[in-house]
Design a protein around this ligand. Sequence first.
Ligand code: BYC
Ligand code: FE
Ligand code: FE
Length: 471
Amino acid sequence: MAGIDYESKIPNNVNLSDDRRLQRALEHWQPSYLKWWQEMGPDGMQEKDIYLRTAISADKDGWAHFDYVKMPDYRWGIFLSERDPERKINFGDHLGQPAWQEVPGEFRNTLRRIIVTQGDTEPASVEQQRQLWKTAPSLYDMRNVCQVNVEEGRHLWAMVYLLHSYFGAEGRDEAEELLARRSGDPDKPRILDAFNQPCDDWLSFYCFTMFADRDGKFQLHSLSESGFDPLSRTCKFMLTEEAHHMFVGDTGLERVLRRSAQLTLLDPSGDARAQGGIDLETVQKFINFWFSYCLDLFGSEISSNAADFFAAGLKGRFMEEKNYTEHTALGQEKRVTLWKDGKFVDESVALRNAMNEVLRDDYIDDCVNAVRRWSKAVKDEGVDFEVTLPSRRFHRHQGIYAGAFFNPAGEPISQAEFEAQAAQWLPTDADKAYLRGIMHGVYEPGKVANWIAPPRRGINGQEFTYEYVKL
Ligand code: BYC
Ligand code: FE
Ligand code: FE
């Protein structure tokens, strides 16, 4: 394993200093990145000292260092997990051949598209979250959103490294474009829908890190199986950081739900809002919204793109090597329930064409586990309320259910019925205005907003009362 080069402008474990041309290209991109960060990173937060984790190596133990950092001084580096010189392509049509160290010409465009799509989500999420620190419910939470943001910035670096290293002039153009698109901008939006949705309250932020970063987990896992070895190694290391992002979302929602339950009990008429909190029904609506948008991130249930990615050995299933014994996915089918001319029709789809749905299934299982824990937490507080996930058909904008109308149980309804009930299922403007009204930043160490429970423990062994941000 190459050592960490901390002397150069760009920390890395890829021997960047041996490749002057690449090093120059990345050093040329760096000021554009920093300019983007100043413009689109946490708004007005750039001069503050924040207790942050920085990736300093790809070793399992001791890969990260914690200290106070001003975000623009964060050392965004390029780290790939260790190379296995014996590694073989472990699925698809090239099964058993040595993993590629260079991009095969025939897959150049496809691979570039996958890397660009992945890369685009990283800066998008920073843009979506740039106002959040101001209304953080505690310094602990304020620190966490900044942590997530600097690491998404590093994930952008990871993809830009691949574009610059392996895709020549086209890759350099794509790297520029990654800094030019803007979340939610009608003229130059980010690529995937969920990354153009506003995320400007903390309930949305916890849903986002729970559900969108979890899409990241599954997409990165399937890319870490890639036959293109540099992509595989890059994604493997990104997953190390991703765990904390999902932790922030999962525990954030649990803290909100617990507090909602407590305030429901505290109020004589069981109204958490009357106590300045968030009622459980509102939390459920935000879950419905973000979960459905994140299901869209897996693409269409039946997808020739997905079949091509798998056949080419570019993108495998979740835990392809570990969880499966058969790796060609040929001669197999998956049942998919289509919605055709106002009727459900069960159809067998060639497994390769159903790869998006296979990954979505694993994702949903993962989400179900979390929801079970949250429901238990609410019951432990003494309130009888079941948190649920809506059906995979509810409120979809991509795939075979898009354009039709289903209730959260997945039953078909008319557009008029949907519109009549949407306010009970999805966040309304009034709900968002209510959240804006109760979410004021709490800037004193150890204090927490009324609408959320404190976390069980702090960061890196520190107390919750630690001064995570020096304001
Ligand atoms: N929104 O066959 P289809 C993360 C497009 S999250 C808009 O259905 P395919 C993170 C699609 O591009 C992980 N458009 O799907 C989390 C295609 O367009 P073209 C991100 C969509 O091709 C939090 C057309 O519809 N990583 O890291 O199999 C914070 C038909 O395509 C959407 C990846 O996504 C959508 N939701 O695409 C920070 C991995 N869905 O080509 C970071 C890389 C589909 O006809 N991406 N379309 O113009 C991929 O592997 C695939 O592109 C997809 C599915 C998973 C997105
Ligand atoms: Fe990321
Ligand atoms: Fe993330």
